[in-house]
Write a protein that binds this ligand. Structure first.
Ligand code: F0G
Length: 358
């Protein structure tokens, strides 16, 4: 048996790396593809979850960050910079630490989940909370990149997309072909673009027989791509995808066209319902934004758009432990308070509905 070596070493022949590239890795990739039997039973499709919460910092960003930071170090960078709704900053901070360089991160003030903020701080990032939204943060990060000696590691950096395309390679390796449909959340639309690129490359080298239809989903209050225009003040509880002017918008439109794709949007209530189904019926704990593909599956299936027997992969992008409050908060706003009991076995057995054995 051997240890998984991270996506650069596992896929070196399919990435723009050479002997000269210092590989900065935390062992990212190699994440589980989980059969979602309850979702398959609901829809009649064969549904799989690509659980990207199992990456080293708890999100899919690590696949892109190992590439972006390795290439940055190859080019002599001492400081990487990013704007983030949380996960990119956590990942940049961890990989910069591994590389022995500095991560400077710009996040929208008060709008990123505590778990992600904690990660960036723990990994020693230079973290600044900007009095604006994610789109303001990205504008500033791009300006800093243009005018100062910093290296931008947002997904406008193609190295990020390149690293992230490896998730499609892993899906093909497990399924033996591409799925019929691949569903992802849409924020900057970098990941949507990356999966499409990965599947395109698999088709080109003859490893698959088809290109999956790429389906991407946004929150209703933050749905520029679905609505076809920039959203000035995006709002959603799915803070990871609270983005009004996606960086990879044009690339996503091309991937959508090439794959006969689909873009849809859901209310926060629908996103939280999908989050509950994923945790309580499938067994996968995700942050809210990550669950939106499940809402997409159910809605498209109800609409008759997902034929029975088709293979569907849903990427669950980030771990539930990053933003755990949504499990204990009920749709009506009240909090679940677990019952408090005395130190009394019989009383506890009674509360658990257990009958005593003869
Ligand atoms: N899911 C999660 C958990 C995310 O953190 C993000 C993006 C997305 C989905 C959307 O991916 O941007 O490639 O379309 N998070 C970025 C960040 C913006 O800063 O962490 P995308």
């Amino acid at each position: 048996s051997r240890q998984w070596r991270g996506v650069i070493r596992e896929y070196a022949d399919r990435l723009d790396v050479s002997e000269a590239t210092p590989v900065v890795t935390l062992g990212e990739g190699g994440t589980p593809l989980i059969d979602a039997a309850t979702l398959s039973a609901r829809t009649g499709a064969n549904v799989w979850i690509k659980f990207e919460g199992m990456n080293p910092t708890g999100s899919f960003k690590d696949r892109g960050m190992t590439m972006a930071v390795s290439k940055a170090v190859e080019h002599g960078a001492k400081v990487v910079i990013c704007a983030s709704t949380g996960n990119t900053s956590a990942s940049a901070a961890a990989y910069a630490t591994k590389a022995g360089i500095t991560a400077a991160v710009l996040v929208p003030q008060g709008k990123i989940a505590l778990g992600k903020l904690s990660q960036a701080i723990a990994h020693n990032a230079q973290l600044l909370q900007v009095e604006g939204n994610f789109d303001d943060c990205l504008d500033i990060a791009r300006e800093l990149d243009a005018r100062y000696p910093v290296h931008l590691v947002n997904s406008v950096n193609n190295d990020r997309i390149e690293g992230q395309k490896t998730a499609a390679f892993e899906v093909v390796e497990v399924l033996g072909d591409a799925p019929d449909f691949h569903l992802v959340p849409l924020g900057n639309a970098g990941n949507y673009t990356a999966y499409h690129r990965g599947y395109r490359e698999e088709l080109a080298r003859g490893a698959t027989t088809r290109l999956p239809r790429m389906f991407g989903f946004q929150a209703e209050g933050s749905a520029p791509i679905v609505r076809g225009h920039v959203v000035k003040d995006p709002e959603t509880i799915a803070s990871a995808i609270r983005i009004g002017n996606p960086a990879s918008w044009k690339l996503a439109l091309a991937a959508h066209e090439d794959s006969n794709g689909y873009f849809g949007m859901f209310s926060d209530a629908r996103i939280l319902e999908a989050h509950r189904i994923l945790s309580a019926e499938v067994g996968v704990f995700a942050e809210p934004a990550s669950a939106i593909g499940v809402a997409g599956l159910l809605e498209r299936s109800d609409a008759g758009e997902i034929p029975k027997g088709s293979t569907v992969v849903i990427t669950v992008t980030g771990h539930g432990l990053k933003d755990p409050q949504w499990a204990v908060r009920q749709p009506d706003g009240s909090e679940v308070a677990p019952t408090v009991v005395p130190v009394d076995t019989d009383e506890i057995a009674g509360l658990l509905g257990l009958a005593a054995q003869e």
